[in-house]
Ligand binder design. Structure first.
Ligand SMILES: Cc1ncc(COP(=O)(O)O)c(C=O)c1O
Length: 390
């Protein structure tokens, strides 16, 4: 890979991008990769065969542009959402793109922009400020409570001050794993319908984006925000096939919202943004929903066991804290005064996790049973070494 910091001085890079670096969680070739919240299980052979068949079917017509409205995929996603969340949705309320990253960028392109602000609750997903930067949208944050839940009253106060065009709520949140209870979401949705938007026409209200990238890992019985889409014209839920659905390499994310919001996204999307190959592989995977989601319950168990194990460890005599998580990762530590040293020591043992979140915390994603055993063995070693160095 070329060194990303080398930008020739004679290139007219946008002034506000000078000094910026590309997003990059490290992609290292190590035995245990637990740093980007993927599903660790391979796609099953039967599913891989279906994918190959579907791609073979579309291959002869790759001389033509794909269905830019990707209707078959949106229909399949409606069926999935009915089954997964009990939501009854029409095709014009669902929209797919190349990962939920692209869904978010389309939302920022449609609703953000110069003079506009987007507001979220800190800490949260590190890519949001980049979408804001790329679309000239002012990025605003309201701190979360000490337990990483949203401070609803303070968030509403900030909404009233800032009058953002977008409010971003992540549930479960990354990097903390914290869910957003439905009553709190409803309260914010109701409140947003009483607030205006700076630099927008009178009578407009903030769009509330709920990022549910990890929602399938929630405890059974907990509702998803997609069930509220028919009640709230200002709600859009972003989802992805990258995480629980074990399909990160295919790059398929989707939005669920009132048809009006989807129409706004259609204005800014690239022409034919979703290739015929992407549509075909997503349809094949959705034909095999059971196989693709087969390990979700097990990953939930691994998360709960690992949380318990972590809570029993100490760093320099202080018990590790573990943020309660409804996701496939855990944020832990709370008192790490040299996260980079811990990161490097683990990496030296072939285990890659992530330095992310508030000072003192790190994040580990759930791997297979074997990978988690390797993680525990390595972390035990690391913590022991740190104890000795203290
Ligand atoms: C909260 C959150 N949203 C969105 C994404 C992007 O997912 P994708 O673009 O793979 O759908 C991620 C990826 O880690 C995430 O953590």
């Amino acid at each position: 890979m070329s060194d990303a910091s080398i930008i020739p001085a004679d290139l007219p890079l946008r002034n506000d991008l000078v000094g910026e670096e590309p997003y990059g969680a490290p992609q290292l070739d190590v035995p245990v990769c637990l740093n980007v919240n993927e599903n660790p299980y391979d796609v099953a052979d039967a599913v891989a065969d279906s994918i190959a068949r579907r791609v073979r079917e579309v291959a002869p017509s790759l001389n033509r542009y794909p269905d830019r409205e990707h209707i078959a995929l949106r229909e399949a996603l409606c069926r999935y959402l009915e089954r997964e969340s009990g939501a009854s949705l029409n095709v014009d309320e669902v929209w797919a793109a190349n990962g939920s990253n692209e869904i978010m960028l389309q939302l920022f392109m449609a609703f953000g922009g110069p003079g506009r602000s987007a507001l979220s609750c800190d800490p949260t997903y590190s890519m949001y400020p980049e979408y804001a930067r790329d679309t000239f949208t002012q990025w605003e944050l309201c701190p979360r409570n000490a337990d990483f839940s949203i401070d609803v009253a303070a968030t509403m106060e900030r909404i009233a001050q800032v009058r953002p065009s977008m409010v971003l709520l992540t549930s479960p949140n990354n990097p903390t794993g914290t869910p957003l209870p439905m009553d709190e979401l409803r309260a914010i949705l109701d409140y947003c319908q009483t607030v205006g938007v700076a630099d927008a026409a009178e009578g407009t209200h903030p769009v509330v984006v709920v990022d549910e990238a990890y929602i399938e890992f929630r405890d059974p019985g907990v509702p998803s925000a997609v069930t509220l889409v028919n009640d709230y014209p200002n709600l859009v839920v972003s989802r992805t096939m990258s995480k629980a659905f074990a399909f990160a390499g295919a790059r398929v994310g989707y939005a669920v919202a009132n048809a009006g919001i989807i129409n706004c996204m259609r204005i800014v999307r690239m022409p034919y943004h979703l290739s015929a190959v992407t549509q075909a592989v997503a349809l094949a995977a959705l034909d095999h929903t059971d196989e693709q989601l087969a390990q979700v319950a097990h990953l939930r168990d691994i998360r709960n066991d690992t949380a318990q194990w972590l809570a029993g460890q100490t760093y320099r005599g202080i018990p590790l804290q573990v943020a309660p998580s409804q996701s496939n990762f855990l944020m832990f530590g709370g008192s790490f005064d040299d996260r980079d040293a811990i990161f490097k020591d683990l990496l030296g043992q072939g285990v890659l996790i992530r330095v992310v979140g508030p000072d003192g915390w790190m994040r580990v994603c759930m791997g297979t049973d074997e990978e988690m055993e390797q993680f525990k063995t390595a972390l035990t070693q690391t913590l022991r070494r740190m104890e000795q160095d203290a």
